[in-house]
Design a binder for this molecule. Structure first.
Ligand code: 6LW
Length: 508
């Protein structure tokens, strides 16, 4: 037997969609107001994933200027057909539903081709006769939400027929995240229902015609944790996509949340992997009907651990794919190669703007983040390291240039509350080591002249950076570097270390 860890892609990587080309798997996630858009992953075995880049890498593909928190890019779908990859998604803040394509999965993607269809969660399906169909959310004339279908011209993005609702789901709210599959002569339509919170579920129906009528699976929902006890590893399981592996086995990727404490989560909706069997009546059974766990046992050899520690010295002229900007960046304020240099601008982390910010998604509860920063500029400017969820929910360890040294404080913003700690002055230096110790329910912020002489500057609760404390966010916490105002900050490295006690490390 093989043990693998869920999430297979931890951190704020929601709404996964997957496709297989030979023995290569590709997976994409939604990305909202963060740039580049639609993280793109590759695997050869469904368990080990490498981010190979993003799909939307140009401002012309991804206009996010001033988009609201949790605006921008909603759920994507990735599909492959006749040598070409397609990714279809929604920019809810600018333009709506569109798709892009590429013939080189590690190269650039096309300009957006917009589709004249409201709603979200678009997907593409090729029928045996070559007709391409668009499915997505759609409401009927009475406003009842369901899943709409229409034929699509992939050259132009033009619709080739009216949208017809083919299924309303099983009665859960927000029928969404549809994907169509043709398996053994049946058209299967799998969707998410119940909303992406604790009532989330996956349901499926099938028909002999793509236009329906669709018959609901007798054991729907095929996966949900809506009735699970609060102590289970995952909640809000849903928004799935099916894939047949090269060996003929079936799997589902979907997203789930890991509460830090009851009903609160701060690491976003994360991608998990679920084994799927087909029963004697041709209906899918997910993980034998059992709840999904953090340690999954399946057939196979070799246990799989998700990496937790890494270091980036910013040696290359471009940021590694794990890094994200907030909305479209002013690239003149970033310099990579031999460390990272940030120049502050007028936007701060408090606004719906494009502050000088570069972050990585927080992927585990217990991590140690560290950097070394050299700072110069005016006393009113600031730079440092932040735990950022939205412009109203962020904590930062910030340094101000001061007369003959640096003054360090912990600034915490939670909606209308803002606290700033007493300044700690470090004399005769323009360089500090900054560290954030992340634990399940708190962050500890430290600074000092070197990694062996750090002082605690302050602490902050993870609870107040949790999604449930916000007005609808689909995102999660980042650990990031930032600069505000007239200053230049040079970061020699950014390091993430597994901070679990040895007793909890399966690979220790
Ligand atoms: C996604 C949709 C959803 O497009 O949230 O709540 C949207 N469900 O499926 C953003 O993740």
């Amino acid at each position: 037997m093989r043990t693998y860890e869920n999430p297979i892609i931890p951190g704020f990587y929601p709404d996964p969609s997957i496709c297989r080309v030979g023995s290569d798997y590709y997976l994409v996630n939604s990305s909202f107001e963060f740039f580049p858009g639609v993280p793109l992953w590759h695997s050869r075995d469904l368990f080990h994933w490498e981010q190979i880049g993003h799909v939307l890498t140009r401002d012309s593909q991804l206009p996010l200027q001033n988009c609201r928190t949790s605006g921008g890019i909603f759920a994507p779908t990735i599909r492959y057909r006749d040598g070409r990859f397609y990714m279809i998604t929604t920019n809810v803040s600018n333009g709506g539903n569109f798709f892009v394509w590429t013939d080189d999965i590690r190269g650039a993607w096309s300009e957006p081709i917009y589709v004249d269809q409201p709603g979200i969660d678009p997907s593409l399906f090729w029928d045996d006769d070559g007709t391409v169909y668009y499915t997505g959310t759609h409401s009927d004339a009475q406003g009842n939400p369901g899943i709409g279908l229409f034929p699509l011209d992939l050259e132009t993005g033009k619709r080739l027929g009216e949208t017809k609702i083919i299924w309303y789901g099983t009665g859960g709210k927000c029928p969404e995240g549809p994907h169509l599959y043709k398996i053994n002569g049946w058209y299967y339509l799998m969707i998410a229902e119940g909303g992406t919170e604790y009532g989330h579920m996956e349901t499926i129906a099938r028909s002999r015609s793509v236009w329906g009528p669709y018959e609901s699976c007798p054991h729907n929902p095929i996966v949900t944790h809506r009735n699970a006890h609060r102590t289970v590893d995952f909640h809000a399981v849903g928004h799935g996509d099916l894939v047949e592996a090269a060996d003929g086995k079936w799997w589902m990727v979907c997203h789930a949340i890991r509460p830090s404490i009851f009903m609160l989560h701060h690491t976003g909706r994360e991608t998990i992997l679920l084994p799927v069997e087909w029963d004697e009546n041709g209906w899918p059974v997910v993980n034998d009907g059992r709840y999904i766990t953090a340690q999954m046992q399946v057939e196979g050899e070799g246990d799989v651990r998700v990496p937790r520690s890494w270091r980036d010295d910013f040696a290359s002229p471009e940021p590694e794919p794990r890094w994200a900007y907030l909305r479209n960046p002013d690239r003149s304020r970033y310099a990579f190669g031999n460390g990272l240099t940030l120049r502050g601008g007028t936007d701060t982390l408090d606004e719906i703007g494009a502050p000088t910010f570069l972050g990585v998604r927080q992927q585990q509860f217990e991590l140690r983040y560290e950097t070394r920063m050299q700072l110069s500029g005016v006393a009113s400017a600031a730079a440092g390291m932040t735990i950022f969820h939205t412009n109203e929910h962020h904590y930062e360890l910030l340094a101000h240039p001061a007369e003959n040294g640096l003054s360090v404080q912990l600034r915490r913003r939670v909606v209308d509350m803002q606290t700033i700690s007493e300044p700690v002055f470090f004399a005769d230096t323009d360089t500090l080591v900054l560290r954030i110790e992340a634990e399940r329910t708190k962050y500890t912020f430290l600074a000092g002249p070197d990694a062996t002489h750090l002082r605690v500057i302050g602490t902050g609760s993870t609870q107040l950076l949790s999604t449930e404390c916000m007005n609808c966010t689909f995102t999660g916490c980042f650990a990031g570097l930032f600069a505000e105002g007239d200053c230049t900050a040079h970061f020699a490295y950014f390091q993430t270390e597994d901070a679990r006690p040895n007793t909890q490390r399966l690979d220790a």
